[in-house]
Design a protein around this ligand. Structure first.
Ligand code: G3H
Length: 214
């Protein structure tokens, strides 16, 4: 299972969490990555943790003030990026161009989608992975794998129908090892989570609980 910890814009210490993710990943053997704010990418990557961008812009070098250039994200030490998170929705053409930008610099890509229908649509653009996240469950602590398991199994089927090599992750409300096991049993190869770690009083304990049953 792949675990991507998205720090969003939460008021957490990105280095403390990066070091916790690195240490728990090393100790458990579970592939865990962290996606900090773009401005923190270099500092986070320097800890040695697997580092992802939260977004890259659908642009090349040029007159694009305020953009998140894929080259800069890769230069900062990221090895992957999300696109189209529910809190940063993109037009289909911009997802396509964002994927091209990420692939140009060798970043792994995970495109988020609200539901299985959107999973099928974005899978057709050829990302490495898709992540299904019902927006209404994000940040609730109620895991999608329990609240609506069909969303996960339908997302897996939708992606497989397009390309069986695309990995499917799920997210929203995931915070325990039991949630990860449920996600895996439903066919997900990874999970996307945020508040369960970024808002935890003890991020190391939260991460250890996540990977304990794997
Ligand atoms: O990027 C992460 C997802 O939006 C899930 O967030 P959450 O774990 O706080 O529900």
């Amino acid at each position: 299972m792949f675990v991507l910890v998205n720090l969003k814009a939460y008021p957490c210490d990105p280095i403390e969490i990066a070091e916790a993710v690195r240490d728990v990943s090393d100790a458990s053997g579970v592939d865990i990555a962290v996606a900090p704010q773009t401005a923190h990418l270099s500092q986070v990557a320097e800890t040695g943790v697997e580092t992802w961008g939260q977004h890259v812009s659908p642009v090349e070098h040029g007159s694009h003030t305020g953009s998140t250039l894929a080259e800069a994200v890769a230069d900062a030490g990221a090895t992957g990026t999300m696109l189209n998170h529910s809190e940063n929705r993109l037009k289909l053409a911009d997802i396509d161009a964002g994927l091209a930008a990420a692939e140009r610099v060798g970043l792994d890509t995970t495109v988020c989608a609200n539901n299985p229908e959107q999973v099928g649509a974005v899978a057709a653009l050829g990302p490495d992975a898709v992540a299904v996240e019902p927006p209404e469950l994000i940040g609730t602590g109620t895991p999608v794998s329990k609240a609506d398991p069909d969303i996960v199994t339908d997302a897996v089927a939708a992606a497989e129908a397009v390309d069986e090599n695309i990995s499917v992750f799920c997210g929203a409300g995931i915070s325990t090892g039991e949630d990860l096991v449920s996600a895996r049993e439903l066919g997900a190869e990874g999970v996307l989570l945020a508040s369960g770690v970024a808002k935890a009083d003890d991020p190391i304990a939260a991460l250890e609980d996540l990977v304990e049953p794997l």
